[in-house]
Design a protein. Sequence first.
Length: 60
Amino acid sequence: MTGLLVVYALRNTPILTGSHGIPELIACAVITLLHLWKRNILLSTAGVTAVYMLLIQLVF
């Protein structure tokens, strides 16, 4: 199920143009690291949501 969600979320991400895809790549790395560190899917999901929204709104 998680693999399907990742594919669905990243399917229309243009990775070869400009800085597009960088927030998504950072979010994927953050969720992976958070989940490996704490093994808590709720913390991983909430943490990556906050990181991704900050990246989209403030950085990119």
